[in-house]
Write a protein that binds this ligand. Sequence first.
Ligand SMILES: C[S@@+](CC[C@H](N)C(=O)[O-])C[C@H]1O[C@@H](n2cnc3c(N)ncnc32)[C@H](O)[C@@H]1O
Length: 330
Amino acid sequence: MEPGEKVLSDVHLYHTCECLSTKESNSVTRFVIKLQSSDTDEIGDNAVSADQDSVDNTGHREVITETQHIPSCLEVDEDGDLILQRDGNSFNSEDTAVITLEHSLATELQDVGEQVWAGALLLCDFLLHHETDFCQKSVLDLGAGTGLTTIVAAMLAKTVYCTDVGESVLRMAHHNVEINADLTSNCHVVVRELDWCKGLHVQGKGNFRLSEVDITDILQAEVIIAADVIYDDDLTDALFKTIHLLLSKGPPKTVYMGLEKRLVFTLSDLDVVCPAYTHFYEGLVRLQQLGCEGRQFHYFRLDEDLPMYLNYNRTKQLEIWAIQSVIPNG
Ligand SMILES: C[S@@+](CC[C@H](N)C(=O)[O-])C[C@H]1O[C@@H](n2cnc3c(N)ncnc32)[C@H](O)[C@@H]1O
């Protein structure tokens, strides 16, 4: 890329959200979550074998508009009706939740975290669809960007560590967590700097400083989420090193990664290729082979054919992968 050139997430090209206003150079968007009817699957039932790479997703998903199913972590009264909170961002009478998010529409590559990416929307759908698996869990969000996945995870979990690198994106995530606090009142959300290139060491400054105590807490997380973090091979390598460290310590845990396979045509290949994805896949294989003392790591692709809780263009390039640490006979 040329210096100063901007990258643009296509999330806002589709009718995902409504741009309300702009603050400085940022936009504010309301992401509407439909609490809808669905048969919640066990995550394991959804696994797609890793070598079934070309699962036939048509790219077309029907938006289900019924509203019978409510994530079990959300409050309901004795008749099973959702307890509606009518102020701020809370649920409205159509059983929707609204997340208000400040973000950029276009940035230079080093600030991509200030935009919202489609992998985050798929990961949010996944979290909401499997809400019982995340209820009361301790979650770590890697490369959280604007904090959308953190906020959705915090609607379900007990604790969420929202991490990224750089003051500006961390400030944005923190602001977004604060303005959506009424949706996440049962969760303790902590925003911290965690640079994969620095590993699990004390880092960052001010309010976002990652302390020894934070590192101890992070190692206790049972669930790790990361959306749209596969786009640069060196960063992917650093991310895998961090994931290896995290999976090697604390309780057995699962990493869920939402990603968009970005296709490019290259003259050298005379074909459409996806080098960042290929590098990611090689990293998965290496991680599984490596394991660590007393633990095995397994990766698998999950079935992305989920109901849509958020409104976006779910293409067949959007995928969810999981990596699990297992203690044999543990
Ligand atoms: C494409 S954005 C995705 C943001 C958000 N997860 C989403 O899907 O909307 C990639 C994210 O990875 C973060 N990132 C890049 N390098 C990183 C590093 N070395 N350590 C931690 N996070 C990093 C970026 O700051 C950015 O937030």
